[in-house]
Design a protein around this ligand. Structure first.
Ligand code: PCA
Length: 336
C-alpha cells in the first residue's frame, strides 16, 4: 500500500485496534444505541458527581447499553451558567445544575435556599415533597423534565478567623453561588462575589475572596484548609442539585428505555439523599483532620443569623407569589 486518504487511514487504524467493529455492527442492528452527553458543574470528588456516574451506569445496565450517558464533570463541557439553556435548546439532552441558580426566572426555584425554612434533612425532604410538583410543572413549560434532585449538606460559613458575632463578617469579600448566598452576604455587611466551585481555589489564592458560604462537602472537595482556617456549621439552608432532560430527547427513547431512565432516576434520588447525610459527617471530619476549626454559632451570632433569615423569608414570600404560597401551604401541612 502506498497512499491512503487520512479518513481511510484512521478507519483502518480503528478497525485494526478493534474499535471499528461496534460502529459497523450498530448499522445493521434494529435499534442503534443512543448516546447522551451530560454536562455537570462539579468535580469528580463531589458526591453528586459520584452519584450521577452511578446513575449513568445504572441506565446503561437497565437498557443493556441501548442508552449510554457520558458524564462531563466540573463544567468542562458546558459551564454551569449555560447548562440549563443548553438542555432547553437541545444542545445537550441532559444535564445537572443547582436548582436555585434559576431564582431569577422564578423564586420557587430558590425555596430551598431560604435560611432556616428547612435546615435539617427531615424538613428539607418535606419541603422537597411540597415543592416538587410546582417546580416540575414550571420546568415542563420549558419542555424540560425534572428527573431527580439531591441536596447538598447544610450550608455554613468559612472564614480566615473565628466568627463570634455577625460583625466579624463585616466587609469581608464573600464568595457566593446563588441569589440567596449573595443576599445573605449583603445582610451580614459583607461584599458578595459569585464564584463557581472549580474557580474557588484561584479566587482565594488571588485574594478576590476571603470567606465563603458552602457545605462541609464543598469545603472538603476544594481543600478549604489551603486558604481558610474556620468553619461555622451554621446550617443555614439545604440547597439541591437537579438533573433535567430535554423532553424531546426523552420522548425519542422507546418506552422501555424511558421507564429505565425514570427508575434509575428514582434510585439516584434515594441514594443521593443518603450520600448527602453521610457526607455531612464525613466532610466535617475531613475538615477537622486537616486543621480547620469547626464551631457552632454563638448565641449572639445565632440571633443575628435568625434575623437575617426572617428578613430573607419575608423577601422571598413577597417575590414568590401564588406558586410560592402553594408550596408553603403544603409544607406547613406536612409539618402538622
Ligand atoms: N456547594 C455548591 C452549592 C452548595 C454547596 O454546598 C457551591 O458551593 O457552589
Amino acid at each position: 500500500m502506498t497512499t491512503r486518504t487520512p479518513l481511510l487511514a484512521s478507519l483502518i487504524t480503528a478497525t485494526t485496534l478493534g474499535l471499528g467493529s461496534a460502529a459497523l455492527t450498530t448499522t445493521t442492528d434494529a435499534v442503534a444505541a443512543t448516546e447522551w452527553d451530560m454536562p455537570t458543574p462539579y468535580g469528580d470528588r463531589t458526591f453528586h458527581t459520584v452519584n450521577i456516574r452511578e446513575f449513568a451506569d445504572d441506565v446503561a445496565e437497565r437498557t443493556n447499553g441501548e442508552l449510554s450517558i457520558t458524564v462531563h464533570s466540573n463544567g468542562a463541557l458546558i459551564a454551569h451558567p449555560e447548562i440549563k439553556n443548553s438542555v432547553r435548546r437541545g444542545i445537550v439532552p441532559i444535564g445537572e445544575l443547582i436548582m436555585s441558580r434559576l431564582a431569577n426566572e422564578n423564586p420557587i426555584f430558590e425555596v430551598d435556599s431560604v435560611p432556616y425554612l428547612a435546615a435539617n434533612y427531615e424538613d428539607a425532604r418535606a419541603l422537597w415533597e411540597a415543592s416538587r410538583e410546582v417546580i416540575a410543572e414550571e420546568l415542563a413549560e420549558q419542555r424540560l423534565r425534572l428527573l431527580f434532585a439531591v441536596p447538598w449538606p447544610p450550608q455554613g460559613i468559612y472564614t480566615q478567623q473565628l466568627v463570634e458575632t455577625i460583625d466579624d463578617l463585616r466587609n469581608l469579600n464573600m464568595r457566593a453561588y446563588n441569589v440567596a448566598s449573595e443576599r445573605f452576604a449583603q445582610l451580614a455587611g459583607a461584599v458578595p462575589t459569585q464564584v463557581e466551585v472549580p474557580d474557588i481555589p484561584t479566587a482565594f489564592s488571588t485574594g478576590r475572596v476571603d470567606a465563603m458560604i458552602t457545605s462541609p462537602a464543598t469545603g472538603a472537595d476544594t481543600q478549604a484548609w489551603d486558604y481558610l482556617s474556620h468553619f461555622n456549621h451554621a446550617q443555614l439552608w439545604i440547597p439541591k442539585n437537579m438533573v433535567i432532560v430535554n423532553e424531546q430527547d426523552f420522548s425519542r427513547l422507546d418506552e422501555a428505555t424511558q421507564q429505565a431512565v425514570l427508575d434509575a432516576a428514582q434510585e439516584a434520588e434515594r441514594r443521593g439523599w443518603e450520600m448527602s447525610r453521610q457526607e455531612t459527617e464525613d466532610a466535617i471530619q475531613i475538615l477537622r483532620d486537616n486543621g480547620i476549626e469547626v464551631s457552632e454559632p454563638t448565641p449572639e451570632l445565632a440571633e443575628s443569623l435568625e434575623e437575617i433569615g426572617a428578613t430573607m423569608t419575608e423577601e422571598w414570600g413577597q417575590r414568590a407569589g401564588e406558586q410560592g404560597m402553594r408550596i408553603l401551604e403544603s409544607y406547613r401541612q406536612a409539618h402538622q
